[in-house]
Design a protein around this ligand. Structure first.
Ligand code: NI
Length: 171
């Protein structure tokens, strides 16, 4: 099942998500499958549960955008363990469509999370994957990438979004 993507302005995106306590349930596996499906349908490489209106600490990432099933990654209750170096690249978000801004992030990031069965694992990613770890963990903490850009740029984006909301071109 494909969920619609929740857009900026919906409070679920700015609310810290709930820790997952039950693992390996049919319901959890189904939700994760639906999250991948929704992410691919929206042509994203990462999706956090709040972006489909579900305030739980679950994110899915696939840097291959559906090309390579082995690149699929499920992060439940993720925590950033280590951040090294910096990179500045353009970043966007399915919940803020039509905008991209350069964002300074760590270059090499280690994350600790649980998988769908509840097993704890650590992964280190670089570049795009490092960025995805930080971007998706931010989502679960109620933060969007526009929190990392200048106030001036953020206000400009907000104004443009408000215009689109009024025009019925948002939601
Ligand atoms: Ni996002």
């Amino acid at each position: 099942m494909t969920y619609p993507i929740v857009k900026y302005g919906n409070l679920v995106l700015e609310t810290p998500a709930e820790t997952v306590t039950e693992f390996d349930t049919p319901e959890l596996h189904k939700l994760i499958e639906d999250m991948f499906e929704s992410m691919y349908a929206a042509k994203g490489v990462g999706l956090a549960a709040p972006q489909i209106g579900i305030s739980r600490r679950i994110a899915v990432i696939d840097p291959s955008a559906g090309e390579d099933p082995q690149k699929r990654l499920v992060l439940i209750n993720p925590e950033i363990v280590r951040v090294e170096g910096t990179q500045t690249e353009e970043e966007g978000c399915l919940s803020v469509p039509g905008f991209r801004e350069p964002v300074k992030r760590g270059k090499r990031v280690t994350i600790r999370a649980r998988d769908a069965r509840g097993e704890t694992f650590e992964r280190t990613g670089e570049d795009l994957l490092a960025r995805a770890f930080l971007h998706e963990t931010d989502h679960l903490n109620g933060k969007l990438y526009i929190n990392h850009i200048s106030m001036l740029k953020r206000d400009l984006i907000r104004r443009k979004i408000r215009k689109r909301m009024k025009a019925g071109d948002w939601e």
